[in-house]
Design a binder for this molecule. Sequence first.
Ligand code: NAD
Length: 249
Amino acid sequence: MTDYARIRALVTGGASGIGKAAARELQSRGAQVAGLDLDPSGAPDGAIGVHCDVADDASVRAAVQEAADRLGGIDVVVNNAGIGAQGAVTDNDDDEWHRVLDVNVLGIVRVTRAAMPHLQQSDAAAVVNTCSIAAWAGLPQRALYSASKGAVQALTLAMAADYVRDGIRVNCVNPGTVDTPWVGRLLDTADDPRAERAALEARQPTGRLVQPDDVARAIAYLADPAHVSTTGTVLAVDGGMHGLRVRPA
Ligand code: NAD
């Protein structure tokens, strides 16, 4: 049995959706958790909320230091903060490309870099990145977002290779369509959000949207120090979409 009580975890984007669910799941297993977010007020009860903009290196360094000080160290980093973008490759200008890559890709680099000295001191070190089936799927009108998540997946494997001999495991989850405020915001832009939601559910092989807690349990599995042999893996949590070759809307 894993002694989660000694695990100190930070979760970026830990105040909403998948990140908040992951923070709660880790807490429920006994871990101490810091939620780093642009708006940390949404971090779950009992978690330490720390303001952080993963697109700003000074903000990341200060937030990771605060989390490490308050938790007494860092064993687990969940790099989950991310933003979306719509459009074909011709639709987003350079500023938009830089903005999304800055958060989705460089955000992971900055947080991991700042946390690395703490992970190096841990005997239960793990990094879990929230990627997406967009890294695999060839989604229409998601050129920038897909490129960012393709980079996250490749980065995950490269980081796993670089730190395997230090005992630091690095894995990622690839969620499908998850029922978070993010998807709620997208549905709200439809003419008939209820009908759009029903159509989205009907597209899922399982007939339901992935729930944030489904992804949270996968993150907790990958973070669990008992799983010493699991590194450099990509775990789909997508209701079967990728494996069953279903194209998301
Ligand atoms: P969400 O919008 O509900 O939550 C994202 C959180 O990240 C928010 O609390 C937000 O404040 C925070 N955040 C955004 N930019 C930030 C920044 N610069 N610095 C710090 N925090 C920042 O979204 P979600 O659906 O929970 O998505 C979380 C992750 O899951 C993202 O990386 C997203 O790409 C990925 N994902 C989501 C889905 C989905 O269908 N919802 C599917 C696949 C992957």
